[in-house]
Design a binder for this molecule. Sequence first.
Ligand code: G3P
Ligand code: CA
Length: 240
Amino acid sequence: MKIIAHRGNKRHAPENTMAAFRSASMYPVDGIEFDLQFTKDKIPVVIHDSTIDRTTNGRGAVSSYTLSELQQFDAGVLFDETFFGERIPTFSEVLTWASHETFQLHVELKKQTTQENDFVKRCIEEIIEYDLLDRAVISSFYHPYLVEVKKLCPDLHTAFLTKVPILRAIKYAKKIEAEAIHIRHSYHAMRYYRRWAKKGLTVRAYNVHTIKEAFRCAARNVDAIITNDPKTMTDTFKKK
Ligand code: G3P
Ligand code: CA
């Protein structure tokens, strides 16, 4: 079973920062996951929320700032003072760094409320520019973005995110041309994992943070878990 580090090594470094990604890469992870938003000047940047309030020392919507304005804010200090100076990374910065690594890149497109035009297109262009089509997977809770990805770049793999099991998931995946489902882990949802996997849909479970949950996923042929604890999970599942 593959291990994907959720927002980097979120438990030990400020989420979605280069520090968190470098920290996750110290372990034998199979992938890192991160979130994209769009700036006022249409640059994809790596941050989970639509505002900078929770993770930086600034306030306001990501979409209300240009990149240079956004990078005035500190994205590390609220997590721990030792991370003072961390910035909100651009997508391009993460791809530059990742092009020297080998793991999968799970790129989650957050739904934009403004500046939506070109968001998907810009993200794809950057992946192509860095020659990372074969290592990137685009995911989103907003499935029209995934349809757009397939229209613009059929070779790029997509995964639809869902918090609940979707009825007729196989049929639905075919309709939107997604290769994978990323489902919020719950014991209730587990009954579907094996059935989907058998029918050729790649199943990745997110919010898998305890060893007990991880073993239950492994027993159900889950392709990967997306976890806040890459150290414990790789220690357990990647034994040499
Ligand atoms: O990849 C799954 C997970 O990242 C989706 O939820 O809220 O952490 O972006 P969230
Ligand atoms: Ca995410």
